[in-house]
Ligand binder design. Sequence first.
Ligand SMILES: [Zn+2]
Length: 488
Amino acid sequence: MRSQCLVIVASLCLTLFSLPLADAATPDETVLQAGAAISNITPPISLDPVAQSKRPPATHVHDELHARCLVLDDGEVRLALVVCDLRHMSAEVAANAKQLIQSATGIPPESVLISATHTHTSSGARLEEGESESYYDYKAFLARRIAEGVLRSVNQLEPARIGWGVVEEPTQVFNRRWFLMPGRGIIYGAHDNIEHVDTNPGYTGLLRPAGPVDPQITFLSVQSTSGKPIALFASYGLHYVGGIPARTISADYFAIFADRIGELLGVDPNQAPPFVGIMANGTSGDVNNLERYSEEELAKRDPQPKKRYLPYEKACEVAYLCAEKVLQGHLSLQWHDYVKLSSVQRTLTFERRYPTKEEVEWAEAVKAKKIKPMSTSRYSTYSTVLAYASPEMPPTIDVIVQTHRIGDLAIAAMPFEVFAEIGLELKDRSPIQPLMNISIANGSHGYLPTPQQHRLGGYETWIGVNKVQLDASEKMVDSLVEMLDELE
Ligand SMILES: [Zn+2]
């Protein structure tokens, strides 16, 4: 009896001390709680029917964009995971959203992960990058809607169980950087420099890919103690699929997966609160969905007729395959009624990228119209080189990296378009297994190749496309491994 009274007194104290938190639920030290919600973040489309800018805004919405939120609570610590249907996640929006989240829910910024899927059809108006018409402040709207999604997840916290797993879908990921057969000729880079590899080099005359792919889909599944699915959160290292008509807003295969996995798990579409499927981007900086094979491999394969896909058909195909694989893994999931949560965050300061002497000379010669560039790429022009040569540009870039622990699953969050081999190295070195990688998280600072890939060249290594010192990936991986070790 006496010990029961003590328990009651203790839980009353807990209730009192937890009052500053915004939710009504009482944290219980031995019960895991979970809540999930989605917040609509679709930007406005243009009302100007004849908008004729170089990058015209969207005129159609095929499917709405969302911030998909999952909050876990172990009685002491709360963790919020948010994945947005956006091409990039600006560090400013992520920071502002985290401030709102902290004041609304008490969850500190280091326990909030906000990432972008990298859907390339997130905003025909490119609003998240500030290229918008002055209709309204989309960045402020976005931060607010992300915070609302997290608050709604907190408001829906309920006792839950959790499981996680790793499956593979190797047929939909292709490294897009290739060494070419000698017959393909010289590869010119953005500054007419000669490079060793080509990005998206067509489909013939290919020697071998310049890097690996990560075929794993790492996932975690959360359901109520009565077995009602609350959320399924997955990560796959695939850039995006595409095949979406011009000037159309769509969340690409990420959202199709989110719906499909709910169907496969037998979710009642009218359940309350609704189930939330989530697909985050793993490490896919050099990986896309375009099937490319070496000449040697092509010679071994039967000639395949090139299939013409209808809009969204390919995205559906990829999403359905991934969902089937996750379902298979889900069948043998081990459920946990309680897991411990913890997070470690660091701010890493990188030197920014500086152009070489040769690049500056090339850029000045182009500017003075002394030479005409061979490369027609719009990504790394003479003006980009001169901007990076300017002392006006800040000498360093601060980036946020995070590690999170959910029982024996760990998450590493990185704010770049990270090459697959970097994610694979992290998975290999992680003291906690399995490891889920999430890129374009808490900010977006361009591509992140390894120093070796920088030496090979190719689009992702160009200045402006890549913004940080050439060995940034090594520093980031070493830090993340230390931070995985620090997780309690
Ligand atoms: Zn990209």
